[in-house]
Ligand binder design. Structure first.
Ligand code: F6R
Length: 578
């Protein structure tokens, strides 16, 4: 959460950082701020709201830092927006992460006479640096001393009005360098500078240093070299193209991204399947949509004779006593930076478990921590809402489940092709259905077995993007309480496949009898359905396809309700807080 970006170079960095922050705004869009070196002083501009809606800042500068915020410490105000500075505004900082010992540092600084202009944890950074400079250290030394005082997670950029270059540090929050011609970028994520350079250097935890006309990286007090690589994505994939929003673009990419997810080295899949076979226990761990993909896939693993336990990463701790060196963990994460997932993986690793990561960002902390990495190959997902990576995760999990019984992935490839037709067909029908549901007070999504997990994901999609209340649950559970909420006209989305249809239809009839408007997501029509969303029946793979029309429905509900589908309120793309 939060995006930071710095520029040093020969060009005017102000519009470059302004544009780059727009590409980072998926990481947070409560407020924004930019600091530019203007002659001998630093000039700061900040605003509340989304940076994509602000006009270009005029100052010309070759040294610029910027921030787009997802509030943690302190509410959404201009004062709390980054950059934060010392009193004289000679030192300024942008930060992504949390300074866990900020309260004690703040008290210490206040006792020394420092006053604070914001409620943020970040503001201790410029004051600490200021203190050490006033003790006689130069800016670089003071920055390093400050790093020794702070605890927590951070990606930090820091500028000083009298010192050329920018200081940086990374621990627990992503930070990547972009190496251009006569210019350097440093950012939370690659798309923010992708149009200027594809040559990147991934910084590791504990790295800190300085960027000026050259780059100095240190770790543990020693200067080190990190090899440049080429960014895995080109700029076109990070643009909306003809689509009005990233969400709808990414939904429509799925025929391709499912195929790309299937494009894995045969040996990687074979070895991973062997690992799963020999493990005493296999946990599938993730959060949000990634967890829903895990929970959906467990049914396919069961069919392959491999029991898997899906567990929300934030709840993983309760399984600590059952983890040992025979345990395998499949950690599923688009970003590879979700704090809850990283915590679970760290804990499992300490107990000797083998970590298999299914991850979209190849340079992420998760990818670098895992023993085995299976890349999703989805390309950047820039809408805050996960869509294409959900089906990629499922495609990979299904591939592993199929590999356990030596079944090839042709049917999954068939599903990828079928998704194209599905998208075409329902791009017409979903705006119509959205019109009928646009004012719904409550929506239920129900299904059985794997389809009950698709129902959970469907409800998550609807509520997070349209703010309509939706709840996903196993159809069999309705009668144990939730059916009390059914009233005239309430939409109930029913997911049914060959295995579950008979019983699920009974549940559909029960809600219909109580006035519900029943929407069936099914390969076959049924008199129980007031509205039928037809999906192809590809043997055992309906869960992979069934979510796609509901992604479309959620998108159209958001648009019709005047919500921004790419930036739902209160959310951010990578959840790096606990
Ligand atoms: C929902 C959504 C979130 C994420 C969750 C995990 O659309 O995007 O629920 O799925 O925050 O994120 P990753 O997959 O990056 O670990």
């Amino acid at each position: 959460m939060c995006g930071i970006l710095g520029y040093i170079g020969a060009r005017n960095g102000t519009p470059i950082v302004h544009e780059g922050l727009k590409a980072l705004s998926y990481r947070g869009y409560d407020s924004w701020g930019i600091a530019v070196q203007d002659g001998a002083s630093i000039v700061i501009q900040k605003g509340v709201g989304d940076i994509t809606k602000t006009p270009v800042i005029q100052q010309h500068s070759t040294k610029v830092i910027g921030h787009t915020r997802w509030a943690t410490h302190g509410c959404v105000t201009k004062e709390n927006a980054h950059p934060h500075t010392n009193k004289e505004k000679t030192i300024c900082t942008v930060h992504n992460g949390i300074i866990e010992n900020y309260a004690e540092l703040k008290t210490e600084l206040e006792q020394k006479g420092y006053t604070f202009a914001s409620q943020t944890d970040t503001e201790v950074i410029p004051h600490l640096i200021d203190f050490y400079i006033k003790q006689g250290q130069n800016f670089e030394q003071a920055f390093t001393t400050m790093l020794g005082r702070i605890e927590g997670s951070y990606a930090i950029l820091c500028a000083h009005d009298k010192t050329p270059g920018l200081m940086f540090a990374r621990k627990g929050s992503p930070l990547v360098l972009g190496l251009g011609k006569n210019e350097h970028f440093i950012s939370s994520d690659i798309p923010s500078f992708l149009q200027h350079t594809q040559t990147i250097v991934h910084l590791e935890d504990g790295d800190y240093g300085k960027i000026s006309d050259k780059i100095e990286i240190y770790n543990n007090g020693k200067q080190i070299t990190r090899q440049p690589t080429t960014a895995p994505w080109d700029i076109e994939i990070a643009k909306k193209g003809a689509y009005p929003h990233f969400m709808i673009k990414e939904i429509n990419e799925q025929p391709l991204t499912i195929r790309k997810a299937l494009n894995q080295p045969a040996e990687l899949i074979k070895q991973t399947a062997l690992l799963l076979q020999s493990a005493s226990t296999v946990y599938l761990v993730g959060c949000g949509t990634s967890y829903n993909a895990c929970a959906t896939a467990t049914y396919q693993f069961s069919k392959s004779g491999r029991q898997t336990i899906p567990i929300l990463a934030s709840e993983f701790i309760q399984h600590t006593n059952f983890i040992d060196n025979k345990t395998a963990i499949i950690a599923v994460s688009q970003s590879g930076e979700t704090a809850d997932v990283l915590d679970a993986v760290k804990l499992a690793k300490q107990k000797g478990a083998t970590i298999i990561a299914i991850v979209n960002v190849p340079s992420s902390t998760l990818a670098r921590t895992a023993d085995v990495v299976i890349p999703m190959n989805s390309g950047p997902e820039l809408s805050v809402i996960s869509t294409k990576t959900c089906t990629s995760q499922l495609a990979i999990l299904y591939t592993l489940a199929f590999a356990l019984r030596a079944k090839n992935t042709e049917t999954i490839a068939e599903a990828a092709d079928a998704s194209l037709h599905l998208l075409r067909q329902h791009s017409q029908t979903m705006p119509e259905l959205a019109k009928k549901m646009v004012d719904a007070k409550n929506i239920f999504c129900i299904g059985r077995n794997a389809m009950s997990q698709v129902a959970r994901e469907a409800a998550l999609k609807i509520k997070e993007v349209s703010y309509l209340h939706a709840e996903g649950m196993p159809a069999g559970e309705l009668k144990h309480g939730s059916i009390a909420l059914i009233e005239e006209g309430m939409p109930v989305i029913v997911f049914a496949d060959e295995e579950t249809r008979a019983l699920t239809i009974s549940n559909a009839m029960e809600v219909k009898a109580r006035g519900a408007y029943v929407i069936g997501v099914d390969s076959k029509p049924n008199p129980a359905y007031d509205f039928h969303i037809q999906i192809p029946d590809i043997n055992g793979l309906m869960p992979l396809l069934a979510i796609i029309p509901i992604q479309l429905l959620s998108y159209y509900l958001a648009v019709q309700r005047g919500c921004d589908p790419d930036k739902p309120r209160n959310l951010a793309k990578s959840v790096t807080v606990r």
